[in-house]
Design a binder for this molecule. Structure first.
Ligand SMILES: [Zn+2]
Length: 64
């Protein structure tokens, strides 16, 4: 997976992408999958970037 620089702490190669399935929960039982959240997280400052705030570089993390 491509790793890129974090715009928050300027640490190189610290961002990695993760796809988190989003389940609709009823009493802690996952009923069905609503969507998949794509999140880019920085290993250095632990800041997470959500799809709405992705830069082009972050988007590219998910392209294979
Ligand atoms: Zn960072």
């Amino acid at each position: 997976m491509k790793r890129i620089k974090c715009p928050h702490c300027n640490q190189n190669n610290s961002l990695s992408g993760e796809s988190t399935p989003n389940f609709f929960h009823l009493f802690w039982i996952p009923l069905f999958r609503v969507s998949t959240n794509q999140v880019v997280r920085c290993d250095h400052c632990k800041k997470g970037y959500y799809k709405e705030e992705f830069t082009k570089d972050m988007q590219a993390v998910f392209e294979k």
